[in-house]
Design a protein around this ligand. Structure first.
Ligand SMILES: C[S@@+](CC[C@H](N)C(=O)[O-])C[C@H]1O[C@@H](n2cnc3c(N)ncnc32)[C@H](O)[C@@H]1O
Length: 224
């Protein structure tokens, strides 16, 4: 219990430090602000997960660690001994390893693991290994076909009734990819506790497989 409190304190300090001072090194000026989920939206991510009480969370896109620390805060607060946070990031070295350093410095090496591969390669392997998550946060490549493939595998990896949360649905590439799953596979928009740029979707339970004849053309979500 004391260890858990200690880790929670370290996570909260790390989140505050990141939001206030930024990471120790950046790729270029303004990069941290450009790529990271802002602190207030990271709080929404944490609170969405807290309401979910997940045991296992899958995350795509670590960068400087803003969203990862928020997810870890939720997992540690939930207090499960078997909490698991699997992070996929192919280009962590471009960020000078600072996202992963923030995670390990906070004492989270036992909870979090990092797969340094393209998610389009790592996710099918996780599926073949029988990995199942209660929730996923998708914020990796924003190229349409990569997001679509990520969401295809996330739909298989997150348990029926689980939660999928995305950043950057204001980009047409991301909005169009997720729109397919909303229109054709029954993903339901999940309300967020406070206004946020994040979008959350509840997966149907039981999982349903649409017939090709029921395919509904989908366009990008006009309202984001
Ligand atoms: C927008 S940033 C993520 C920001 C992070 N969620 C945060 O709040 O700090 C996108 C991340 O996705 C990673 N990425 C981009 N393409 C990827 C791919 N195909 N597979 C895995 N990771 C990828 C990048 O290395 C980068 O860390």
């Amino acid at each position: 219990m004391r260890d858990e409190q200690d880790v929670l304190t370290r996570i909260r300090e790390a989140r505050l430090r990141l939001a206030t001072d930024g990471p120790p090194r950046v790729r270029s000026g303004g990069d941290f602000e450009r790529v990271s989920v802002p602190a207030a939206d990271s709080d929404v991510l944490r609170d969405l997960l807290l309401a979910e009480q997940p045991g296992t969370v899958l995350e795509i896109g670590l960068a400087y660690g803003s969203s990862a620390l928020a997810i870890a805060e939720a997992l540690v607060t939930c207090g499960s001994d078997t909490a698991r946070h699997v992070i996929v990031d192919a280009y962590q070295e471009h960020f000078h390893g600072s996202g992963w350093a923030a995670i390990t410095d906070a004492g989270l090496a036992g909870v979090c693991s990092l797969l340094t591969e393209r998610s389009q390669i790592a996710l099918p392997r996780l599926l073949a290994d029988g990995f199942v998550a209660d929730a996923a946060f998708v914020d990796g490549s924003h190229v349409f076909h990569n997001v679509f493939v990520d969401l295809f595998y996330v739909r298989e990896l997150v348990r029926p009734g689980g939660l999928v949360i995305l950043d950057d649905c204001s980009f047409p590439s991301v909005a169009t990819a997720v729109r397919y799953f909303e229109v054709n596979t029954g993903w339901q928009p999940e309300p967020t506790p406070t206004p946020t740029r994040l979008r959350a979707f509840r997966l149907p339970a039981p999982r349903t497989e649409p017939s090709f004849e029921s395919f509904r053309p989908f366009g990008r979500c006009a309202t984001g």
